[in-house]
Ligand binder design. Structure first.
Ligand code: T4K
Length: 367
């Protein structure tokens, strides 16, 4: 039996480098609460992302929850967002006491359809929360123009877009704030981890208070905060992995290019492609099946051959059971793509033989 091929596989730093990095922690016994590695990691990320304000969090989800909280929108306000995303995006809105208003996506790149945003704006709208899904950048210029015209905040869920440069600027330069995820399954990981980049330094200051129980110094409990701090083992893992980032992205690119070559004659699927102004990170490789093809059947066929593709992103987040009461939105394109998408295995260490095995299986299925 051949080995299982999973949808992804964590990029690991050099073992000895990591062990040497964490060894001093046995002397200092300083394990968390803004330690030495936390500070170093934050500084390195700030310069890599070309931003002035960045704060680390325990994971990408908390980064999103906290940046929304820090913006202090009135409870019950509406946030225009996409349903074609991981459930974290919508959960973060709802857990802040806000109402998600779902906008459809574009068939071309699966990001929010900016031409449909304005018709969803009401007196209660306070923000637009799009996702650079799979690392495909949203139409940041049009979204900014809409936000300025209507006085709305823009928060990007850039969980998939770490390391990308769009139109010559780091991806986090767009919008009022962006969040990244450094989860084990991402292009770059610190085991678990996340970060907020914000234009306004006060937002990062507030998140730093919120992520530490709301404490403002030893004697003042200022906010009703949570515990969203990254520990030193994760920060050290991230620091070691940062050294591998460029090489890992280059290896992912090779994998993606091989997929495109081997599957070019399969007319029944369309692989994701990147827009020309982007330096991509090759985070995911979604394949969209032709209408009329049964995505779940291909999913099962691959699984029977020990290939674990995933239905990122199905179901749509607007179909979450906890949103039963939310009104029905026109998200026909998102629904159609969600029913036809299969995200293929992709990771930096993926061998040519593994890519060939996945492609041969897909070719066999369609022949
Ligand atoms: N916004 C967006 C748009 C997101 O996609 C996400 C997370 C977030 C926000 C929130 O960020 P975080 O709070 O997670 O930092 C995974 C990830 O858990 C999640 O981070 C990610 N998006 C989502 C798209 O995918 P699952 O439930 O599919 O993961 P799981 O455990 O099935 O793992 C998938 C594959 O990854 C495994 O088959 C093997 C590999 N893997 C997994 C783990 C846990 C590894 O190689 N190493 C590992 O440690 O959610």
């Amino acid at each position: 039996m051949a080995d299982k091929i999973l949808v992804t596989r964590s990029s690991m730093p050099d073992f000895d480098q990591y062990v040497n990095t964490i060894r001093p922690l046995w002397d200092s016994c300083w394990l968390t609460n803004s330690g030495k590695y936390h500070q170093e990691f934050e500084a390195r990320l700030k310069s890599l992302c070309q931003v002035d304000n960045l704060c680390l969090t325990v994971n990408g989800h908390l980064a999103l929850e906290l940046v929304i909280e820090a913006m202090d929108f009135p409870k019950g306000s509406e946030v225009i967002t996409t349903p074609f995303t991981f459930t974290s995006t919508t959960n973060a809105i709802v857990r802040n006491g806000l109402e998600p208003v779902f906008c459809d996506i574009k068939e071309s790149d699966f990001t929010i359809d900016e031409s449909k945003i304005e018709e969803l704006i009401t007196d209660k709208t306070v923000a637009i929360l799009p996702v650079h899904v799979y690392g495909n950048p949203c139409n940041v210029e049009t979204i900014e123009a809409i936000a300025v015209k209507h006085g709305l905040a823009v928060i990007y869920d850039a969980a998939h877009a770490f390391g990308e440069v769009y139109k010559g600027r780091g991806i986090a330069a767009y919008g009022d704030a962006s969040i990244f995820s450094f989860h084990a399954t991402k292009v770059f990981n610190s085991i678990e981890g996340g970060a907020v980049c914000a234009d306004d330094p006060a937002i990062c200051d507030k998140i730093n208070v919120l992520k530490n129980f709301g404490l403002e110094g030893e004697d003042v409990i200022g906010e009703c905060g949570t515990n969203g701090k990254m520990n030193e083992f994760c920060a050290a893992f991230g620091l070691c992995n940062l050294g591998e980032l460029e090489a890992n992205i280059a290896r992912r690119k090779t994998v993606v290019e091989l997929y495109h070559t081997l599957l070019r004659d399969v007319k029944e699927i369309r692989l994701n492609t990147y827009c020309k102004d982007l330096v991509p990170n090759y985070a995911y490789l979604p394949a969209i099946l032709d209408s009329g093809k049964d995505r779940d059947d291909l999913y099962r066929f691959l699984k029977d051959n020990d290939i674990y593709a995933r239905k990122y992103f199905y179901p749509l987040t607007c179909d979450a059971l906890y949103l039963k009461e939310v009104k029905a939105y026109d998200v026909d394109v998102a629904r159609d793509i969600s029913d036809r998408v299969l995200t293929l295995p992709l990771y930096a260490d993926m061998t040519q033989d593994q890519v060939k095995r996945v492609c041969e299986c897909i070719l066999k299925y369609f022949n």
